[in-house]
Design a protein around this ligand. Structure first.
Ligand code: ZN
Length: 193
């Protein structure tokens, strides 16, 4: 297994629509395993293939909270086939939008259809954090980030800050400065996917 570099916004690859998987074969399983390892290392609770620059409809998740413990989930070609009328607001984070969090409103419950790591068709009823996370990851497959669900004003502010942080990092690297540690605040913040 290998750790894959995670793209951060603004990156044009994060805005592209990913293509359906034609077969769950050994190559795809390797991608799934690498994505899971990358997600655990980040750490995050979900990761979509476009976040590692692969435009395929593949997501991985593992939610380990007091109320929801899913274990590792691998989903190829996931699609929402039912969504509740009832909405819920949850503070979301994203490994591709580091250190920024915002409340996003989504359906509280969804049913998702997908192919598992063996290529078998599955359906899963999701609620709570799992419902939010699976919708967040499927959005990535359509080039949608959680900041696309918030006001343009707030989104543009976040994107400007990310660009500024990236430039500072590049400048520090050019000057040979060691990489600064991310703020410890991230440890307590909302889970990222
Ligand atoms: Zn994300």
């Amino acid at each position: 297994m290998a750790l894959l570099p995670i793209l951060t916004a603004p990156d044009p690859r994060l805005k592209k629509k990913s293509l359906p998987v034609t077969a769950v074969d050994d190559d795809l399983r390797r991608l799934m395993d690498d994505m899971l390892e990358t997600m655990y290392a980040a750490p995050g609770i979900g990761l979509a293939a476009p976040q590692v620059g692969v435009l395929k409809r593949v997501i991985v998740l593992d939610i380990d909270r007091e109320d929801v413990k899913t274990g590792p989930l691998f989903m190829a070609n996931p699609e929402i086939i039912e969504a509740s009328e009832e909405d819920v607001s949850y503070e979301e984070g994203c490994l591709s939008v580091p250190e920024h969090y915002s409340d996003v409103v989504r359906p509280a419950k969804v049913r998702v259809r997908y192919l598992d790591r063996d290529g078998a068709g599955q359906e899963m009823a999701c609620e709570g954090l799992l419902a939010t996370c699976v919708q967040h990851e499927i959005d990535h497959l359509d080039g949608i980030l959680f900041i696309d669900h918030i006001s343009a004003l707030k989104r543009n502010m976040i994107l400007r800050k990310l660009l500024k942080a990236r430039k500072e990092k590049e400048r520090d690297a050019a000057e040979g400065k060691p990489e600064s540690r991310a703020s410890s605040k991230a440890d307590e913040a909302a889970p990222a996917g």
